[in-house]
Design a protein around this ligand. Sequence first.
Ligand SMILES: Nc1ncnc2c1ncn2[C@@H]1O[C@H](COP(=O)(O)OP(=O)(O)OP(=O)(O)O)[C@@H](O)[C@H]1O
Ligand SMILES: [Mg+2]
Length: 373
Amino acid sequence: MAEVVLKGIEKVYPNGFKAVHGIDLHIKDGEFMVLVGPSGCAKSTTLRMIAGLEEITGGEIWIGDKCVNTLPPKHRGIAMVFQNYALYPHMTAYENMAFGLKYQKTPKDEIDTRIKEAAEKLEITDLLDRKPKEMSGGQRQRIAVGRAIVRKPEVFLFDEPLSNLDAKLRVALRVEIKQLHNQLKQEGSTATMVYVTHDQVEAMTMGDRICVLDYGRIMQVDTPLNLYHKPKNKFVATFIGAPAMNIMEATLFKDEDRVCIKLNEDILYLNEKMADKVKDHIGEKVYFGIRPEDIKLSSSDEEHRKNVVTGIVEVVEQMGNEEIIYFRIKDRQYIARQEPNMRGLTLGEMEKFYIDMDKCHIFDYETESNISI
Ligand SMILES: Nc1ncnc2c1ncn2[C@@H]1O[C@H](COP(=O)(O)OP(=O)(O)OP(=O)(O)O)[C@@H](O)[C@H]1O
Ligand SMILES: [Mg+2]
């Protein structure tokens, strides 16, 4: 068993700065858990505390059935992969991968077998004789992952391993790491992985579950789809998804017997289920949230429809498979995302946009928690 359990973890740095404010997180055996959040939210601090590279000032960390609070890194059964590879420059790839094992006095044949197996998995067999400076960034990072694999750790810890690589390579390697996780699991090896990134796309595509952090606190822990469709608060709603969810200040009110919100001159009606959820907030100021793909240019024959807003088209980005329309209502810009429309848009013209109210989110103005789920 190699689950990782964080119980009320806190970190106060020697200068008195409190970076982590009581994190509770249960990472299951074999799970791929991603820690994501903006710069400075304490992703690395949290990971380094799991690794034992950073002292814990409060709480407990359990790996498997051991509380590891005072255990040095080498006895925790972990292997870490860093953003900057951290390979020894004077050693070949092979020697880099062998180094930790030699230190543990693993027999030579065993080391050789493990390195060859890992090299095959990562397709780096041809690189084993090269030194780091003779390799590209992507190749170096494969070696660094290989060095982690040969140690057969119970838990892999990754701190932004792909952020030094160009966009294309990043995508390729993120697929490889995910495949490696599946492969190790199928082989029956323990493959609990904790992966830190600030990139929400990486988080969404790689994580079995994702832990979203902000200022050293957990905002939500959930599967990628739940984070996307049921964000617990405004922070998660706007952090996950690109382009980001449109958020606007609005007031909930009742128009005859329907709950609605007013956006400039236009009125948007909540469906019955959502109206029921937010009924205690009628008359209050709230945040209204709607994802770009849930706003569509309204064609003329739909003009009688409800839930339509009027805005001025400012920018249209053509992506080929979709187009992103930036439009303005009064002093705010909104983003719509849809299949390319053939009629062509004129910048500066007024257009009507249909809002799919079944997909909207309502957030409490004070607590910013989602009151519509
Ligand atoms: N040694 C230190 N002493 C004091 N404060 C620190 C120290 N190391 C980090 N911090 C602070 O703790 C907070 C969390 O830092 P951390 O490096 O964990 O963030 P992060 O989420 O990994 O950010 P990034 O995405 O930029 O890598 C930051 O505000 C940082 O300035
Ligand atoms: Mg970091």
